[in-house]
Design a protein around this ligand. Structure first.
Ligand code: ADP
Ligand code: MG
Ligand code: MG
Length: 883
């Protein structure tokens, strides 16, 4: 197997920009070089090598040594320099690069190939001794940190002491001799901490770095990131070795990062930051404040430092041309790293840029309008889950704001929560149910789990392209970065700003759209659903086959659902209506009654209430199907649980307290989930379902009379296991329908069907479909009953189950396609066999989960039903599943 692929200088090893093989970074370096862009020459060691490295027990095959030697020879040939040559040394960077960009991987090592001899050669060939020794000390520092994993604090301290001794404030004040002296200090530090001298052999340096990149694939923080992002552990990372170019060779040199469109708003304008006379990571690390790329951005921000467009107009023009070429080539917004060495532009990276949901929408819609991509591609481009960000409220512009300070609007959305100062606390507090805002001086890959747990992220340092900003945008968390006036003391857990001190636990609000940081909680308003969102939804609806309904049980929910494009109600739970303050007493009287007669009296009081519930819902949903589930939970849920409430309840219901207590203890169940609930209630107390069915039909006819448009009630019987159960329940419903139709002299269309939420029902679906006119897969209960895991108790162990790969994801969030999914397929098949064309839907939590929706599409269900806010997500996911 070939493990090394060269790029640049006209090399073509046939990697063809394959991300799986070369990793994202390597693939695009290869791709850029192939279309003639200026890329420093280099080579990529494939992800397959990484996988083999672990299979073989962390050793390299001999063949790799030969291939790497050939790769180095390639770079030497193109640059005319030699690796390790004391006179004119070749320096390289060693860069990790998985298939997808992955914080948590090894940081890049720059300037590799410097040692006590080659540094002299670099000084001589560049004619700049200071540059050479500065590069050498950077190299030792980076190598010691990321490859040798020594304590980097000691190196920073040594630099600070050197500056203090000389009375300097800035790094730029250090002379060649100062850097040289510091290199001496650094080498001593390495020897102290590592027990060996800093490696002088450039090949040792190189292999050390290569092993460190592969080693970082199994680092804890990389594993955490993979788990959070569903990245398989066996993908591996590639290693890129590339000739160095220098942005730190004076004022005609620079380094920068840019996006071909604004990653925050999606606007079609270049967005970026650069630094003159700087190297590599200086821009993202937030050590110096970067300058704007474009004049327009600088003016908008009112910044003084010249933009690149002004400072280096020719190179900027060249760069702008490259942006165009890259967008046309990759047909997507690109995130780019470049370096200018003495006026010459070099491209160091390009990838599809991370963007906010708002930008993703706008870019997809704009690019389709520009003809760069098709409407269908635009639909495929937007991550349905990311829409969540747009569908949720933003800060009420009219609400008063107690603004503490302003930072950069790094990732939009607003969040309020308690202040926490470290990632572990963020995780802990959020597990306890607190909304938290994670506040850091700056974030690093070690903070990922805390950022994930937080509702919002606030940093004191770093620009729009800082780690915090990039990660937050990717996760859809609001983020304000670079709020420089925050004085954060992470140890003491305090934050001083604007003359005030806040401590851990204090509530703050951040607005990622404006960069404002506010004390206390600020109220929010509903999002705008027109514009790009509307356009994309129209395109999605064109390709979608699955219908999308909502789980909704109040008129308000129904209205929200319709606004979001729901095509019916897939699950209207009726028990919540029973809890309503005005009627819980009648419900309790019904439960406490000792005879059918007593129950009927109480139910008669409930009938008009229940009818008016349905009337309101039917009015909102006129003309659309509404699936109503008859009473499902065990009756004791309606009785008081606290001793203190007993007296009051007994009085209101008109029974003695002893009767109440006795009835409550009679109704007690050891396992209510599998107890007296669902159709089992209808079997024992048919009068309950009779009342509900009557209420449904009376309401439907009322609405038909009033609006001229009848709803289509789909009466759904819960927890059916056998054909006979459904037969009995259907008879009750049909009898009520006939009675109401006769009374009112009018009939309407309706269906009676069942939830499939027990394995027996799925297996006997053929028989059940002889009676039932539709199935709705109640995947919450079906998951519980199939796996035998109670959702309410699973929290304690499900995490370990996912960690250990027993389930790829929480089966209550993402359908267990192999197990529960097979039961659904069986039920669908057997149901269709007896009742061709039987209507099939899903109404569990999974109805709003994109990967579960893809399964529903494959299984040929008719609709999915999701909570109102997830309806647009489901519409888009359904469209993508159909593509
Ligand atoms: P990351 O994935 O963290 O961005 P990179 O490998 O892209 O890591 O490198 C980090 C920084 O170092 C970037 O700013 C990049 O432009 C710079 N860099 C990497 N390789 C070179 C090189 N050969 N010459 C100059 N700068 C480089
Ligand atoms: Mg990079
Ligand atoms: Mg259920």
């Amino acid at each position: 197997t070939k493990y090394v692929y060269r790029f640049g200088g006209g090399a073509d090893d046939g990697g063809n920009g394959d991300k799986n093989l070369l990793g994202g970074k390597g693939a695009n370096l290869d791709g850029m070089a192939a279309i003639g862009l200026p890329v420093p020459p280099g080579f990529t060691i494939t992800t397959e090598m990484c996988t083999r490295y672990y299979v073989d027990g962390e050793v390299f095959p001999d063949s790799l040594r030969e291939e790497v030697a050939t790769g180095i020879a390639h770079i030497e040939g193109v640059t005319g320099k030699s690796f390790g040559d004391a006179a004119d040394p070749l320096l390289v960077s060693v860069r990790s690069g998985a298939r997808v960009s992955m914080p948590g991987m090894m940081d890049t090592v720059l300037n590799l190939g410097l040692n006590d001899q080659t540094v002299e050669g670099l000084a001589a060939t560049s004619g700049d001794e200071r540059f050479a020794w500065d590069s050498y000390r950077r190299f030792i520092q980076m190598y010691s940190d990321v490859v040798l994993e020594l304590d980097h604090g000691a190196f920073e301290e040594a630099l600070e002491i050197a500056k203090e001794d000389q009375g300097y404030h800035l790094d730029t004040e250090l002379s060649a001799a100062d850097w040289k002296a510091l290199v001496g200090e650094y080498k001593k530090l390495v020897e102290q901490q590592w027990g060996k001298p800093f490696p002088q052999d450039v090949h040792d340096q190189l292999w050390g770095a290569i092993a460190a990149v592969f080693g970082s694939w199994q680092a804890d923080r990389a594993k955490v990131y993979r788990r959070l992002n569903d990245i398989p552990g066996d993908w591996g990372t590639a290693v890129n070795v590339q000739a160095m170019v220098f942005g730190n060779m004076g004022d005609t040199s620079a380094t920068g990062v840019a996006f071909t469109r604004d990653p925050s708003t999606g606007e079609n304008t270049y967005y970026g930051e650069y630094l003159i006379n700087a190297q590599g990571e200086d821009v993202v690390a937030g050590i110096r404040t970067p300058q704007y790329l474009t004049l327009a951005a600088r003016e908008r921000a009112g910044a003084k430092a010249l933009s690149m467009e002004e400072a280096m107009p020719e190179t900027y023009a060249e760069l702008a041309k490259v942006f165009q070429i890259l967008e046309t080539h990759y047909r997507d917004m690109q995130d780019i790293e470049f370096t200018v060495q003495q006026g010459k532009l070099w491209m160091l990276q390009t990838r599809s840029g991370k963007r906010t949901a708002k930008a993703a929408l706008k870019i997809a819609v704009d690019m389709a309008a520009e003809g760069l991509i098709t409407e269908e591609e635009a639909v495929a481009r937007v991550d349905p889950s990311a829409l969540d960000q747009l569908l949720h409220p933003t800060l009420d512009p009219k609400a008063p704001r107690d603004v503490l300070t302003k930072g950069l609007p790094a990732s939009p959305g607003a969040a309020s929560g308690i202040l926490v100062f470290d990632a572990d606390t963020a995780e802990k507090r959020s597990e306890l149910g607190d909304a938290v805002i994670l506040v850091r001086i700056e974030t690093s890959p070690e903070d990922i789990h805390g950022m994930h747990a937080a509702k919002g992220i606030l940093t004191a340092r770093g620009g729009m392209t800082s780690h915090a900003a990039v990660v937050a945008r990717g996760m859809g968390r609001p983020c304000v970065s670079g709020a420089g006036s925050l004085a954060i003391d992470a140890k003491a857990k305090t934050l001083r700003v604007a003359g005030r001190e806040l401590v851990e636990g204090d509530i703050i609000t951040i607005d990622g759209a404006t960069g404002e940081v506010m004390a206390g909680e600020v109220p929010t308003v509903q999002p705008e659903l027109a514009g790009d969102f509307g356009t994309l939804m129209v395109w999605a609806d064109k390709v979608r086959r699955l219908k999308v309904r909502a789980n909704a049980e109040t008129p308000l929910d129904c209205r929200t659902a319709r606004e979001f494009g729901a095509e019916g109600v897939g699950l209207c739970r009726t028990e919540h209506m029973f809890f309503d303050a005005g009627r819980i007493t009648s419900v309790r009287q019904m439960i406490l009654a000792d005879s059918e007669k007593g129950r009927r009296e109480a139910l008669a009081k409930l009938l008009p209430e229940q009818r008016s519930d349905f009337t309101e819902i039917f009015e909102v949903m006129a003309g659309l199907p509404v699936t109503i589930r008859l009473l499902d939970p065990p009756l004791h849920e309606f009785l008081p649980h606290e001793e203190v409430d007993f007296e009051e309840v007994a009085k209101a219901a008109g029974v003695g307290i002893e009767t109440l207590k006795q009835r409550a203890s009679e109704l007690h169940e050891f396992n209510p989930m599998l107890g007296h609930r669902g159709c089992r209630l209808g079997v024992t107390y048919p009068e309950i379902y009779e009342m509900q069915a009557r209420a449904i039909f009376e309401a439907a006819i009322d609405v038909a009379d009033k609006t001229g448009e009848a709803p289509i009630p789909e009466v759904m019987i819960p927890l059916v296991a056998t054909r006979r159960e459904l037969e009995l329940m259907k008879a009750i419903v049909d009898a009520q329908a006939q009675a109401v139709f006769a009374e009112r002299g009018k009939t309407i269309e309706y269906l009676v069907g069942t939830m499939i939420e027990l394995p027996r029902a799925a297996l006997k679906a053929g028989e059940i479909a002889e009676v039932g006119e539709f199935f709705s897969f109640g995947t919450n209960d079906l998951t519980q009953t199939t796996i035998g895991i109670s959702r309410d108790d699973a929290g304690r162990f499900l995490g370990s189950y996912v960690d250990k790969g027993i389930f790829p994801r929480d089966p209550f969030v993402s359908l267990d396609i192999e197990g529960v999914g097979e039961l659904i397929q069986i039920a669908a098949e057997r149901g269709r066999a007896t009742r061709p064309g039987i209507k099939l839907g899903i109404c569990g939590e999974h109805g709003g989960d994109p990967s579960s929706i893809a399964f529903c599409e494959q299984t040929g269900l008719d609709y999915v039903s999701a909570s109102p806010y997830r309806v647009p997500i489901a519409r888009l996911a359904a469209a993508q599943a159909a593509l």
